[in-house]
Design a protein around this ligand. Structure first.
Ligand code: LLP
Length: 413
């Protein structure tokens, strides 16, 4: 469900024609729909309404302050992986006590900042991180609430770059080591065992690995409680997929059942870390056709957005639907939609069929709200796109397009 639709022959975001945004804000631009975001959050909150649960939006999916504020205002917490993301949450008005801190490589200064701000829990990913967290907390005369992120060793059946719970993965501590580490943590006066955590991967479309992982983690949680550890939070990570092409991810209700059922009777507050499912189809990347080029082998539509703006197709061979913003009548032909970046992998879409298009026409790269702008770079010294948030018939530029000066800020010739 999203709020990008054709109305009177033109693609709109809610009540705003995308052509108008291209004219007034320029291209490339990320465009987000408030109604879509709010709807996803509300449906997810409702799906977990009977369970004590804290929804911690995974900031890495899309980290614009306006999006964070929108979610914070509606009760969301946040899953962060860096001081930068924590700073964004605070700047957007999010509450630190609703923040969980994930990631395999937290620096001392990041641990310290999060401790001082009083976050809910550190999701610790190695034995060495656990002792480091203890040391930093003791130096500050504080106690750090932590959960161990365990690797339940299940195959999430997703792209190998975004599966995180295979036995060969860098994430989490091996399942077998968890009990020993929790026992050891009792001797470490800077630590307070608060929870248990796992995250098996992203763009999940099958609930079976979710059930399997959560079942294992729930058993471990019960075992740890029996040992007398004062655990109160079970964090099941994020990962629910969205539809880019033909995927059929479970609906939010079905996902909620797959998470809740293995937890039946468990005395815990559930923590969820959804990213993509909240913002994925709430955003598109708006771009313009610069040139058409025909070679003996191919037809290319050269557009003004490239792999620096949206990396997913180049990095994961991800498929994003590309739609003309004002489709014309006429015979369709197939084109490779490519960006201006000097790399052969700078292809936003292979062999896509379009009705007639001319230079200056706008295209929308769909379902680009998650891991779009947040993975954008300035490669080829291309300023990053603007971001716009639509609400009904109004819109706001929530991040200005970078300028050329922004590109070399901080550099010395
Ligand atoms: N929690 C943890 C610990 C994570 O590592 C992630 C994502 C999430 C939550 C949120 O997962 P989500 O609900 O969005 O699937 N750049 C890739 C996705 C990388 C995901 C990294 N971790 C992509 O564009 O597909």
């Amino acid at each position: 469900m999203n709020h990008f639709h054709l109305r009177r022959g033109a693609l709109h975001c809610e009540d705003v024609p995308l052509e108008r945004l291209a004219r007034e804000v320029g291209t490339p631009t990320y465009v987000y729909s408030t109604a879509t975001l709010v709807r996803h959050l509300t449906v997810l909150q409702q799906a977990f309404a009977q369970t004590p649960a804290l929804l911690c939006y995974s900031v890495k999916a899309s980290s614009n302050l306006a999006i964070l504020k929108l979610l914070a205002d509606r009760g969301a917490g946040f899953d962060i992986v860096s001081a930068g993301e924590l700073g964004r949450v605070v700047e957007a008005g999010g509450e630190p006590r609703r923040v969980v801190f994930s990631g395999v490589g937290k620096r001392d200064d990041e641990l310290e900042l999060a401790l001082r701000l009083g976050i809910l829990q550190f999701n610790v990913e190695s034995a060495e991180e656990l002792t480091r967290l203890d040391a930093v907390a003791r130096r500050l005369k504080m106690r750090a609430p932590f959960a161990l992120r365990v690797n339940p060793g299940v195959d999430a059946k997703t792209h190998r770059y975004i599966a995180t719970a295979l036995r060969t993965s860098k994430f989490g501590v091996p399942f077998e080591e968890a009990v020993g580490l929790y026992k050891k943590s009792r001797q470490l006066k800077g630590l307070l065992a608060r929870g248990l955590d796992c995250h098996i991967g992203s763009q999940l479309t099958d609930t079976r690995p979710v059930r399997e992982a959560i079942g294992k983690v729930a058993d471990l949680y019960r075992g740890l409680q029996r040992l007398g550890l004062p655990l109160t939070h079970l964090d099941v990570g994020g990962g629910l997929g969205v539809t880019y092409t033909t995927e059929r991810p479970p609906g939010l209700e079905e996902y909620a059942r797959a998470v809740r059922e293995p937890l039946r009777g468990l005395d815990a507050t559930l923590v969820l870390e959804p990213g993509r499912v909240l913002v994925g189809n709430a955003g598109v990347l708006l771009t313009r056709v610069l040139y058409r080029k025909k070679t003996p082998a191919r037809r290319f539509l050269i557009v003004d957005a490239g792999m620096n703006d949206l990396l997913r197709p180049a990095l994961y061979e991800a498929h994003h639907e590309v739609r003309p913003v004002r489709p014309r009548k006429g015979a369709r032909s197939k084109w490779d939609v490519v960006g201006p970046v000097c790399e052969s992998s700078d292809v936003l879409g292979h062999q896509r069929a379009f009705p007639p298009l001319s230079p200056g026409d706008c295209l929308a790269v769909m379902t680009a709200g998650a891991y779009g702008m947040s993975m954008a770079s300035t490669y080829n010294s291309r300023p990053r796109p603007a971001e716009v948030l639509v609400d009904g018939s109004r819109y706001r530029v929530v991040r200005a397009r970078e300028t050329l000066e922004d590109l070399w800020r901080g550099e010395t010739p």
